[in-house]
Design a protein. Sequence first.
Length: 261
Amino acid sequence: MKHLQLSDELSERSSLYAAGALSEEERKAYLRHLEEDQCDVCRDAVREFEAAVQALAIELPPEEPSPLVRSRLMAQATLMGSGVPAQKPRARLSWLQWVVPAALTAALALVIFLNAGLRNEIQSLTARIDDLEAQSNRQRIVLAALTTPKARIVSLNGLSPNTEARGRIFWDEPGRRWWFYVRGLPPAPAGKSYQLWFVPTTGNPISARVFDTSSDGIVDLEIPLPADATELKLAALTSEPAGGRPQPSGAFVLQSKAESQ
């Protein structure tokens, strides 16, 4: 028998069928109704409930309503189908009215989680891209500076007890910049800092930079030279009290003479 409109009991049967909550006998009977009676009202209801369950029940394990809830629903549907008016003291709540809010909440939580994770991933990738672009730009600048005729290289050797440490300065004389690289130099002791010095041919040493190495003994620095740093006699690195000093006072760590490229 075809139905002209969707009633409450038909809606409940459709929801139970869409969720696979009917017994095998009930399922076959309802399926015969859909196929043989070609009831468009029930077919449309089943499609809507199937779409709702699939769309909303994200990541939720399939569950049948409890036997008590299911028996009450089916008993009520049977009574209404036989023409016996259903009792109305209490509002009827189908199992889907409980499942859909829970599924919707889970879906919303999942969307929020995924969106937050996606935002974090995008931010991380954007930061990484910015970092790579900065490194690439810096390398282009260094390459351009070091291929000029007036570029120089200053090599620094480690002094006891850091004899394995090595430093190198790529000196862009026209641009008055040093690119300073150190490898194999342990971080400065507690309360100490490393201080790089420009030692001119005449006059006192000039502080170029106060720094510390990373845990792996590496540091890469770009250093603009002060205006009074002109003719170089030595480049030296000393260990000074934290924050550095106006003039060298600690032990020499790295030292070398300038070399022509």
